[in-house]
Design a binder for this molecule. Structure first.
Ligand code: MG
Length: 360
């Protein structure tokens, strides 16, 4: 009943907004400060650039965010250059998500983080106008959410001990591998805890044999799945690996939008959906539906982001087998309160309309 009302509200509001309205479209760079240096297979960093977006219609404001890890090729400059090209008038019916995405795609084919920022703000705005959080609009049970993993990146023994301590409330640990010393990192964590670990290789293993050898070693150490073990373009290699691996293989870098999914269905057991890759929630929801239809498991991930983009992604958590929504926990200067993590590590959605956030 709630959802019929919500749909009716969308229809009526959509009619009202088609003859609309003053739109205020704002954006500004916001650099995220990381609590600890983030060490990946290819680099290390202590800040991550971001852009915040605010779309106000009739004094209701929706918040959105672009976060730009360097590997996606976007920057504050490219995001703001894209946002500058948007005619705010084209956002005057914020419910016309399909149409607005087609308009944004007509401006430029890529720029997905920039598009995600607009998409997230529109979801926040329309959810607020409907008085419903998006998980409820999708018809999902907000209570049925998995536990999030908490990322521990390699570090000096002292820093590592601190990070392991910090991970105590979380029931799953995520470890980045594909760097020298990565097996030692797993051993170190195992000396402190036997909690399940998921491993993200970020394409770091160079051959099928190296990947399989590592995966067999990890499987005997309570590792529950491995994300993107090899180069994202190596579909045949991942297919070979999937046939032999005792634990699930999840695609991350190999999958951006729903168009990528059918070709990957035989090479992976699951996909990691992130709003900055998909261009926002509108596409991310389609991806989750398609993945499930193809028998793939769904993981919802994030970049290093404030609670804005993380809470938006969390709206899809009830559709996921695994979630990796710790981006906001890793930063020291969050702008929002949003989804929280229960004492057992479970993602806890707030019934706040929109994407479930409030500005601090
Ligand atoms: Mg990953």
């Amino acid at each position: 009943m709630k959802n019929i009302k919500a749909l009716l509200a969308v229809f009526l509001l959509s009619l009202a907004f088609s003859a609309m309205a003053q739109v205020d479209f704002k954006y500004y760079p916001y650099e995220l400060k990381l609590k600890h240096a983030f060490n990946l297979a290819t680099m290390s960093r202590t800040t991550t650039p971001g852009v915040q977006v605010e779309i106000t219609v009739d004094s209701v404001t929706g918040y959105g965010e672009a976060s730009m890890p360097p590997y996606l090729g976007e920057s504050v400059e490219s995001v703001t250059a894209f946002l500058e090209r948007i005619d705010p008038e084209r956002l005057s019916n914020p419910f016309a998500l399909e149409e607005i995405h087609a308009y944004m795609d007509s401006l430029a084919p890529g720029n997905r983080a920039a598009k995600a920022a607009v998409d997230i703000a529109l979801h926040d705005l329309t959810g607020k106008l409907m008085g419903q959080p998006w998980y409820a609009i999708y018809g999902l049970d907000g209570e049925r959410t998995p536990c999030t993993s908490f990322t521990i990146s390699n570090d000096t023994p002292e820093e590592l001990a601190k990070k392991i301590k910090e991970s105590e409330p979380y029931s799953i640990i995520k470890v980045k591998m594909g760097v020298p010393g990565d097996r030692e990192l797993i051993e170190t964590i195992r000396r402190h805890t036997d909690k399940p670990i998921c491993v993200d290789v970020n394409q770091g293993w160079k051959s099928r044999e190296e990947a399989l050898d590592n995966i067999n070693w990890l499987a005997s150490r309570n590792v529950i799945f491995v994300e993107q073990p090899m180069d994202k373009t190596d579909i045949e290699g991942h297919k070979w690996l999937k046939e032999r691996s005792p634990i699930p293989i999840v695609a991350d870098e190999a999958v951006q939008t729903s168009a990528d999914i059918p070709a990957l269905a035989e090479a992976y057991d699951g996909i990691n959906i992130k709003l900055m890759k998909s261009g926002g929630l509108h596409e991310a929801y389609k991806m989750a539906v398609l993945a499930k239809a193809l028998g793939l498991k769904v993981m919802i991930g994030c970049m290093t982001e404030t609670s804005c983009a993380v809470s938006a992604a969390a709206q899809l958590a009830p559709m996921a087998e695994w979630v990796d929504l710790d981006g906001n926990l890793l930063i020291a200067n969050d702008l929002f309160d949003g989804m929280t993590i229960a004492p057992d590590g479970r993602v806890t959605l707030t019934p706040t309309p929109g994407i479930g956030i409030s500005k601090k």
